[in-house]
Write a protein that binds this ligand. Structure first.
Ligand SMILES: [Mg+2]
Length: 431
């Protein structure tokens, strides 16, 4: 098979991914937990995250505590503390920003960084820069990371996932084909369950087979997002690292469509919770807080059930929003219907409350973990331990025979359009 690209690094994109992030944060904060099997998610009785020591005993995300105790009797169970993980996340992003301002905060434990053009000013190869970033992250945060370096975001994602945990995988353009050869389609970032099933019907089974299709074939069989993935797989960077801070958002929406449709309320709530976490993370990133939210669940028959809620105080923390949604969801949900999509919109966004930002600001600047402790204590005393939402984001049936797959995370419809379409009732917040 000839190489997909003759160049090594026409552009250099780094993907950084925290290993077993939540469990690792707990281990970094409490040395007694080091090298021990740790499971986060005690408050819901389901593993939200597991340390590598626990994973080596067969513990998986989504397992019930009772089940884990049988597998691993000496497992240590901890409640999730999202605010703490958020602080670690901010520290991670800020460390990467020391090397390049072009950092995209992709999720709580993942970011992309554009290293293109940094070889000369830093007098290092891209691999050396990536290795340096990894070392600094691990020393300063006390947890391990898996990094992927490649010419594009899609390949960088494949690279970081190649040899977890604590790895740096470098895939220059001319070697891409070697990594795609036996890679299942589902392992490509952006290729969901449905698209891979569709591609298989067309006779395309591996990432390399997909990447090797002609442009004509791709354009006649696939839509633009998948055409872009095809280009990225060939080492042509078309998905930019989205680092620019936009402060003029009208609203932030996150939706998830899953298959098969479900009538399981816990599962639906978990999907909503994931949306809330993602939307709040984006709001915090842009230093915005929402004073109104609306959410909906959509049935298989494309019927929408939703509610709009005014908040007494603007927020960008998932815990409070989830509490409200948990309260209103039973009024909208029917066990006799099958649902396929959940969505949350944060609206009436305004600049974040200064006190809150100062707390984060201080924690960000601190280099030592002791400082993070201070920040956490302050946050905890100020906001209380908001642990419920994190574990609630977990698919409660992750280990069941049904494998639910999110198909798309982004939004099809604008908030304004949806509100009109749904004609949602206004509900007041009661706390
Ligand atoms: Mg991770």
């Amino acid at each position: 098979m000839p190489p997909l690209s003759i160049h090594s690094f026409p552009s250099a994109i780094l993907h950084v991914d925290g290993d077993s992030f939540f469990a690792s944060c707990e281990q970094a904060l409490n040395p007694k937990l080091k090298d021990k099997p740790v499971v986060v998610g005690k408050e819901r009785g389901i593993a939200t995250a597991a340390s590598y020591e626990a994973k080596s005993k067969g513990v998986k995300r989504g397992m019930r505590v009772s089940e884990i105790k049988k597998l691993c009797p000496n497992c240590i169970f901890l409640p999730a503390n999202f605010e703490t993980y958020g602080l670690f996340s901010q520290r991670m992003n800020n460390i990467v920003r020391r090397y390049t301002p072009e950092v995209e905060e992709y999720s709580i434990d993942e970011c992309f960084a554009n290293l293109s053009g940094l070889r000369r000013p830093l007098k290092m190869s891209y691999s050396k820069i990536a290795a340096r970033i990894k070392k600094v992250l691990e020393i300063e945060l006390g947890i391990t990371f898996s990094l992927g370096l490649a010419p594009t975001k899609v390949i960088a994602k494949i690279a970081s996932n190649w040899n977890k945990p604590s790895s740096l995988t470098v895939i220059p353009g001319k070697d891409i084909h070697l990594y795609l050869e036996n890679l299942p389609l589902e392992r490509i970032w952006g290729i969901g369950h449905q698209t891979s099933a569709y591609l298989k019907k067309l006779g395309v089974y591996t990432a390399l087979e997909f990447a090797s299709q002609s442009e004509k074939w791709i354009n006649s069989n696939l839509t633009k997002p998948h055409q872009q993935i095809w280009q990225e797989l060939q080492g042509i960077s078309v998905l930019p690292v989205e680092h620019q801070t936009q402060r003029n958002y009208q609203s932030i929406t996150r939706s998830r469509t899953f298959t098969p449709p479900s009538n399981d309320k816990d599962f639906i709530l978990a999907k909503l919770s994931q949306n809330i976490e993602a939307a709040c993370a984006k709001a915090r990133r842009h230093q915005l807080a929402a004073s109104q939210i609306f959410f909906y669940i959509k049935t298989q028959e494309f019927k929408y059930y939703g509610a709009q809620i005014k908040l007494k105080q603007a927020t960008n923390f998932p815990g409070r929003i989830l509490n409200l949604i948990e309260k209103y969801l039973p009024q909208l949900f029917s066990p006799h219907k099958l649902y396929r999509t959940t969505s949350i919109t944060l609206s009436k966004l305004k600049s974040n409350n200064r006190t809150q930002m100062d707390l984060f600001g201080q924690a960000q600047q601190s280099i030592k973990l002791a400082k993070i402790y201070q920040g956490i204590d302050r946050l905890t005393s100020k906001y209380g331990k908001q642990t419920i939402f994190l574990s609630s984001s977990l698919n409660p049936h992750a280990v069941n025979k049904h494998s639910y797959q999110p198909l798309k995370q982004n939004v099809a419809l604008s908030g304004k359009y949806m509100r009109k379409k749904l004609n949602l009732p206004f509900l007041g917040e009661t706390r």
